[in-house]
Design a protein around this ligand. Structure first.
Ligand code: DQA
Length: 147
């Protein structure tokens, strides 16, 4: 199945939102970049961004049985949402948590993640390249599971 690329609140504003922290690339740039990497590996990406916790949770429910892995930047919900974490484990596939910024070098409240304990891997501080790194890792992981 495809890899689900989920982006949480305010990431639709990538490129114009605090560019000194998150860079100048837009979300479409990021999705295109991940898509190119996926195509090179013969893997499909399904991408979804929402500012709504409900929409992200519903998307995860719909993904049950249809996806091989999840790349998620939960954005602000990282630090607040038990419900999103509960939904993330439902598809029962490997999860890579991505943060564009180094959340550990910022405000104290960004250092706690509800998602990290259920993630296979966590990426932070690599800028938007973190999404590519996450995909490369998942491709490798899922490939090794097939053998
Ligand atoms: C973020 C870090 C979060 O703390 C913040 O709320 C975001 C983006 C990141 O990608 O660095 O919205 O997840």
């Amino acid at each position: 199945g495809p890899i689900l690329l989920l982006n949480g609140p305010n990431l639709n504003m990538l490129g114009v939102r605090q560019p000194e922290v998150y860079g100048r690339e837009t979300l479409s740039d990021v999705v295109a970049l991940v898509g190119e990497t996926a195509a090179r590996h013969g893997v499909q990406i399904v991408d979804f961004q929402s500012n709504s916790e409900e929409a992200l949770i519903n998307r995860l429910h719909e993904s049950l049985g249809n996806i091989a892995g999840i790349i998620i930047n939960p954005a602000g919900f990282t630090h607040t949402s038990v419900a999103l974490r509960d939904a993330l484990v439902i598809p029962d596939v490997p999860i890579v948590e991505v943060h564009i910024s180094n959340v550990h070098a910022r405000e104290e409240f960004r250092r706690h993640s509800y998602v990290s304990p259920i993630a296979t891997a966590v990426v932070a501080g690599m800028g938007t390249f973190g999404y590519v790194a996450a995909l490369e890792f998942l491709v490798r992981l899922l490939g090794s599971q097939d053998e």
